[in-house]
Design a protein around this ligand. Structure first.
Ligand code: GLA
Length: 379
């Protein structure tokens, strides 16, 4: 990727870039749809990333080439607006939030390349937002902490793109730690790096289907969670215990009750999973990972048939401790915790089983946990 994006810049602008940024996607091991309820999540940054090679320009223009789409786009920092025109909106979105926060931005030109599949639940948009923030801060001469970058990216996505996402994806991309997953408290934004157990690997299971209707369904789930929190008089579902929820469960709208039951139990599952992983109990962690899938499928209703099929295929394959859908849902990828010694037969069996269940060809990749968004030195 590094060589390709540098070459693209040289071919496009006839010179070498001054800077290079790598911004990873993420896979969430457990803790789904809990972030916007102030709960706990457990994602890690992955080996697949958005790369931007860039150089400052003397004026206030931003000119970009998106190599994956064979498209170019740009805008002027003193006058730009939302035209809902694809990838460039993410760059405008972060520029707008940075300017509203008082940062003076300089112009730049750059080339973007990514090997993160779009709409697959691996946070390609958060990775792009974090990369663009790094580029703006790099050319404009200010420095932001990773957690600040994440908050800016989330605001950008909420206000400009219109998805009411939580903070997980941006935090995972910006704050990734090599060989660790991140236990994040989405209320305090406190973060603990927990090593991925040596005896296990993390497999990303791509159904090769892409999600649809994400914005509408996602925002609707979020509203249902807010309705449940308001019913119990709490700030967020984070503040609700299972006992309290069950004590008045019958009085809740049926769908709202199921959503709340998922969120409250899922946040507990995150903490228990982390405890088991720290104790080296991979079997117990795996059970909870799969329980999370069942809850997302039956209570939160954000899975899809291919996601259920790939998770079933994974659970039946050698060396799998536990598997689930990952990310917002409605298509995209699953994730599995797999015995390191059995990762090859696992991948092979999974692909065969998924094909016979769904007629589709899965993509499986074993990914290490990587560092977060970073400037890569250019020699
Ligand atoms: C998307 C959002 C995140 C989170 C997940 C579901 O990835 O961007 O904030 O809510 O869905 O856990």
């Amino acid at each position: 990727m590094k060589a390709s994006v540098l070459r693209l810049f040289k071919d496009s602008f006839g010179e070498h870039p001054r800077f290079l940024v790598r911004s990873p996607g993420r896979v969430n091991m457990i803790g789904e749809h809990t972030d916007y309820n102030d709960g706990f999540v457990f994602p890690m940054a992955i080996d697949y990333a958005v790369w931007i090679a860039f150089s400052p320009v003397p004026d206030k223009s931003v000119s970009l080439i998106a190599g994956d789409f064979g498209e170019s786009g740009g805008f002027h920092l003193e006058a730009f607006r939302n035209t809902q025109s694809g990838w460039i909106e993410y760059i405008k979105a972060v520029a707008s939030v940075l300017q509203n926060r008082g940062y003076t931005l300089s112009g730049w030109k750059g080339c973007i390349l990514s090997n993160l599949p779009i709409g697959s639940g691996l946070s390609s948009s958060a990775a792009l937002e974090m990369a663009a923030i790094k580029a703006f801060s790099g050319v404009s001469g200010f420095c932001l902490k990773p957690a600040e970058m994440a908050v800016i990216g989330q605001k950008a996505e909420n206000h400009w793109v219109g998805i009411n996402c939580g903070i997980m994806d941006q935090l995972a991309s910006a704050c990734g730690v090599r060989d660790c997953a991140l236990l994040i408290d989405c209320r305090s934004l406190e973060l603990e790096a927990v090593p991925v157990p040596e005896k296990a690997v993390i497999a990303v299971l791509d159904t090769t289907t892409r999600r649809k209707l994400l914005g509408t369904e996602y925002n609707h789930r979020r509203q249902q969670c807010e309705t449940a929190a308001a019913f119990f008089g709490v700030t967020a579902l984070r503040d609700l215990t299972l006992e309290k929820l069950l004590s008045r469960y019958d009085r809740l709208d049926e769908a709202v009750g199921r959503r709340a039951l998922h969120v409250v139990s899922e946040s507990d599952r995150v903490l228990s999973t982390v405890r088991h992983l720290k104790n080296g109990d991979l079997e117990a962690a795996g059970h909870l990972i799969h329980d999370s899938h069942v809850s997302l499928r039956d209570l939160y209703e954000v899975s899809s048939q291919p996601l259920n099929q790939i998770v079933e295929a994974a659970m039946e394959s050698s060396g799998c401790y536990g598997a689930r859908m990952t990310g917002a849902g409605f298509g995209g990828c699953g994730v599995a915790l797999v015995d390191k010694m059995k990762s090859e037969p696992f991948s092979h069996e999974l692909c065969q089983r998924y094909r016979s269940k769904s007629g589709l060809t899965a993509e499986v990749f074993i990914t290490p946990a990587t560092a977060g968004t970073e400037l890569i030195p250019l020699d």
